[in-house]
Design a protein around this ligand. Structure first.
Ligand SMILES: CC(=O)N[C@H]1[C@@H](OP(=O)(O)OP(=O)(O)OC[C@H]2O[C@@H](n3ccc(=O)[nH]c3=O)[C@H](O)[C@@H]2O)O[C@H](CO)[C@@H](O)[C@@H]1O[C@H](C)C(=O)N[C@@H](C)C(=O)N[C@H](CCC(=O)O)C(=O)O
Ligand SMILES: Nc1ncnc2c1ncn2[C@@H]1O[C@H](COP(=O)(O)OP(=O)(O)OP(=O)(O)O)[C@@H](O)[C@H]1O
Length: 501
């Protein structure tokens, strides 16, 4: 169900009230003070008549670069760090820091009226939020989900462009959820979002930590800074409860130093508050028994891969720490049939296994590839690449680890963005050719790469397409086009079956 999103500011929201809240006078025509403000917007391309435009200085643009088009679109006001020549302005020192609390106040603090379950960490956020969403639903709650794959709930269903929305959209979404009676909301919290203050002003009931591994170092600079950004979410000012997976060293370190009430979980360590025993991983899913201080639950994951045990335990810990019944939560988590683009099988009548997965760092490769290999007795044919505009340091290791596990590695393009696709591929290839252990093929065109992988596959082989998951847009410089790995893999399989004698 997709409904139009209605804005729900505090009643009687005027420019004067915004000025009073921010403690700063109107620069420019003071007669604008009585004008009603429809919504807060931080992107010129989405401004509608009556909006207040948050003009943020960024690394590429200053929001005021768009002041004329924003004024022409009917904005009543700019909020920025300097006066606009096109609109009356409220001046604040650091607009980015103001946006979160302001948007929350504007919508009457929606996060305080529903329990928000945040999930942060390098890998597993999307899966964990889906599990929390299902656990809350099974416990009889009306649940909302804010994930990078989908934002959905009563009154909302859309595929977002960000893992964590910008603050105006986030608070608008939470306010819509509240209006539709949502009682609990699972939400991904990316490190970029924390650093850019997108979640400031959001009160979390539980904040969950999944894991930390080499990723986004182009942005954060070092693992210590990356960790510190995540750790910033685990303070009493941000969250009432911390749920922390201690299966990696960063989680154990975080758990040792957090101030809020802390619950630990582990797939390996029975001294954790919530832990797993009797883990049995199969080609149809994974079963295990979860032990919590409030009793045990049998979990039968339908989502593929042993890594999902950690994600499911973290979800269980998050909701049980907040008082949700263990049996209901276990039933909900077990009911999730799959998460789009995460270990998603593609079945079109072929004689080999075909999987699409969003793995885009070496931690994901090490966690999944041994399992995926075990799903077939034949060869592992792996399609790998790297996205442009981010983390060049990941590219060579991605190729190297791919070749460590696979028999055939097909290196292709993902979404080069503004970079030279040949240069990205060259780095991945350098890694893949490092060990001499796999057959390495270069095929720039992603559709052709998938066709090639399928044409090589024999019965008992497995074809794994990595890197894009459920992302459906790719960009080559100014050209953006639709490309869905799952649909393209299916197409390649069907074509290969059609041409069989
Ligand atoms: C590196 C990064 O995170 N950059 C974010 C940052 O960009 P920036 O500081 O360069 O801002 P900018 O592009 O100069 O724009 C400045 C201001 O002008 C506004 N603007 C810009 C253009 C325009 O036409 N009109 C307009 O109003 C922008 O909305 C912004 O408020 O602030 C912008 C909004 O203020 C974000 O859109 C932008 O996200 C970019 C597009 C991005 O790709 N971010 C990714 C890396 C990201 O955030 N990813 C995480 C998930 C990571 C993961 O776990 O995989 C996420 O939460 O999605
Ligand atoms: N617990 C885990 N440990 C290691 N790898 C994992 C784990 N969970 C998921 N992965 C890998 O990470 C990929 C992305 O998973 P998911 O989308 O759930 O995580 P995410 O944190 O939301 O990722 P992103 O922020 O990049 O969207 C999966 O396709 C899988 O390859």
């Amino acid at each position: 169900m997709t409904l139009p999103i209605r804005v729900s500011p505090k009643s009687g929201m005027t420019v004067d009230r915004l000025s009073e809240y921010l403690g700063t006078p109107i620069v420019g025509d003071p007669r604008v003070g009585h004008r009603m403000v429809r919504d807060l917007v931080d992107d010129s391309r989405t401004v509608r008549p009556g909006d207040a435009y948050l003009a943020i200085p960024g690394s590429r643009w200053h929001g005021l670069d768009f002041e004329d088009e924003v004024a022409a679109a009917g904005a009543v006001l700019a909020i920025s760090d300097r006066p606009s020549s096109a609109l009356p302005t409220l001046i604040v020192d650091e607009p980015r820091k103001v946006v979160g609390p302001l948007a929350s106040w504007f919508h009457d603090e929606p996060s305080r009226d529903l329990r928000v379950f945040g999930v942060t960490g390098t890998n597993g956020k999307t899966s964990t939020t889906h599990f929390i969403d299902a656990a809350l639903t099974a416990a009889g709650e009306s649940a909302g989900l804010i994930s990078g794959a989908r934002i959905r709930g009563p009154g909302y269903d859309l595929v977002p462009t960000r893992t964590t929305p910008e603050a105006p959209m986030l608070q608008r979404t939470l306010a819509t959820f509240r209006r539709h009676g949502v009682t609990g909301c699972a939400m991904e919290v990316s490190s970029h979002a924390v650093d850019q203050h997108r979640v400031d002003g959001t009160a979390f009931r539980v904040m969950a930590f999944a894991n930390l591994s080499d990723d986004h170092l182009d942005y954060h600079g070092s693992m210590e800074t990356y960790f510190a950004t995540k750790a910033d979410m685990f303070t009493v000012e941000r969250t009432q409860i911390a749920a922390i997976s201690i299966d990696d060293d960063w989680g154990a370190r975080l758990a040792a130093g957090t101030a809020p009430e802390t619950w630990t979980c582990s797939a390996l360590d029975a001294t954790a508050d919530v832990y797993a025993t009797d883990i049995r991983c199969a080609d149809t899913g994974t079963r295990f028994t979860a032990h919590t201080p409030y009793g045990t639950g049998d979990i039968r994951l339908q989502t593929l891969g042993p890594h999902q045990v950690a994600n499911a335990l973290l979800a269980l810990t998050s909701v049980v720490a907040d008082g949700v019944d263990v049996a209901a939560a276990a039933e909900g988590i077990s009911s999730v049939t799959g998460v789009a683009g995460r270990c998603e099988p593609v079945r079109a009548g072929q004689s080999f296994v075909a999987i699409v997965d969003y793995m885009h760092n070496t931690a994901g490769q090490h966690a999944l590839l041994p399992y995926l290999r075990s799903l077939a007795c034949g060869r592992l044919i792996l399609v790998v690449g790297a996205t442009g505009g981010r983390d060049p340091g990941k590219r060579r290791p991605l190729g190297q680890v791919a070749a460590q596990y696979a028999d055939v590695v097909i290196v292709t393009d993902e979404s080069p963005e503004d970079e030279d696709p040949d240069a990205i591929r060259a780095e991945v290839l350098r890694g893949a050719r490092h060990g001499d252990s796999a057959v390495v093929v270069e095929e720039p065109d992603r559709g052709a790469a998938l066709t090639r992988a399928v044409s090589m596959a024999r019965p008992d082989d497995i074809v794994v397409v990595t890197g894009r998951g459920s992302d459906t847009f790719r960009r080559y410089g100014p050209r953006t086009s639709f490309f869905d790995d799952r649909a393209e893999l299916r197409r390649a399989i069907v074509e290969s079956l059609d041409t069989q004698p």
